[in-house]
Design a binder for this molecule. Structure first.
Ligand code: ATP
Ligand code: MG
Ligand code: FE
Length: 342
């Protein structure tokens, strides 16, 4: 079964062709990062306009890249939430038009669930059950995935998402957008023990997160350095901030794995690209006799291949939306909000 998938929830316009949920035939990603950079973040109206300009080209390139035609496509998948409504609508309308004209099924996919499925593409042996840490630009979740399409949220952030915290700290340091990769790069030459930023674990046994406190601590540290005329070493700030965040995320992921008695732990979302997080968890998972999975850097951030993978499992469980499908900007993990959902 070959599924064409379209992703346009934020600032990547992407189309992929994926076979049986695990084999990527093509995955074309057009990123708008260079356009939004000068504004220091994603501007929704500009995102929609650029999706509109690129979507047809991205779809054509996906077919060309896989050396296929529309006749080979069995279903059209689209991200329908969460994300920016105007951005989502561009990919979704194109998906609807294609599904209608080709007479194939329309499969709506939850973007955050898609991030988890990026792992299935590269790790053919990976199957649920497992515990997944989803850390992206807008979400931070600890999830127990008992089966395809079955999620239990064990914990989530009470304020900022991890990616958001990275981006804000980067902005404070004047590093530009998106900040995550820049903090990651700087941290490599910094001392993670230089500055003692708080590790926020919340109540005993809680699997929730809070990142607004550490963000403020970094801000306070920088301001007090400026006031006292102390030199700010960006590398040390980046390394110390990253270390504090990585420790909390990792400790809670391991705790969740023990709680659910699973052997496999999985990372997903843009922040799963972070080398500090990956390296820390590589050793922590060994110590705890757990097997760690994460996607390659390209599949951590937004792409349509992960949507195509999730869509396959929806397809075999009978998903088929009608043309009234609408974008759901605040769609929750594990939630289905469309007519025809089973
Ligand atoms: P969501 O998936 O929650 O809707 P999004 O799609 O905007 O949000 P992603 O594309 O999954 O988010 O991830 C982007 C985020 O990942 C940004 O906040 C970015 O700074 C962060 N990020 C990317 N690479 C790294 C890295 N190497 N280290 C830390 N953060 C990173
Ligand atoms: Mg993005
Ligand atoms: Fe995302």
């Amino acid at each position: 079964v070959i599924i064409m998938s379209i992703e346009s929830s934020c600032d990547e316009t992407s189309c992929a062709l994926v076979k049986n949920g695990r084999e990527v035939l093509s995955n074309i990603i057009y990123s708008q990062i260079d356009i939004h950079k000068k504004f220091g973040g994603v501007v929704p109206e500009i995102a929609s306009r650029n999706h509109l300009e690129k979507i047809s080209q991205v779809i054509d390139e996906a077919l060309e890249g896989a050396d296929l035609t529309f006749n080979d496509v069995r279903a059209i998948a689209t991200t329908y939430g969460p994300g920016l409504v105007g951005a989502l609508l561009v990919g979704m309308s194109n998906a609807k038009a294609l599904a209608y004209s080709l007479g194939v099924k329309l499969i709506p996919v939850n973007h955050i669930e898609g991030h988890i499925y990026a792992n299935f593409i590269e790790h053919k042996e990976l199957e649920p059950p497992f515990v997944c840490l989803i850390v992206s630009g807008g979400h931070s979740h600890l999830v127990y995935m008992s089966d395809y399409g079955k999620y239990e949220i064990l914990g989530k952030t009470r304020d900022d998402a991890v990616g958001e915290a990275f981006d804000k700290v980067a902005r404070t340091l004047g590093l530009g957008y998106p900040g995550g990769p820049k903090i990651d790069a700087l941290a490599k030459s910094g001392n993670p023990n230089a500055i003692e930023f708080p590790r926020v674990y919340l109540e005993k046994d809680s699997l929730d997160f809070s990142f607004s406190g550490i963000k403020s601590s970094v801000l306070n540290y920088i301001n007090s350095c400026k006031m006292k005329n102390i030199e700010i070493v960006n590398e040390d700030v980046a390394a110390s901030f990253q270390q504090a965040v990585v420790e909390v995320l990792s400790v809670k992921l391991i705790r969740a794995a023990k709680l659910k008695k699973v052997k496999n732990i999985v990372l997903a979302g843009g922040v799963a690209a972070n080398s500090g997080l990956r390296n820390y968890l590589i050793s922590l998972s060994k110590e705890n006799d757990l097997k760690l999975y994460f996607p390659s850097i390209e599949l951590c951030t937004d792409n349509a291949a992960m949507i195509g993978s999730a869509a396959y499992y929806e397809y075999i469980s009978g998903a088929d939306a009608d043309l009234n499908l609408n974008a759901v900007p605040n769609l929750k993990l594990g939630e289905k909000r469309y007519a025809g959902s089973k």
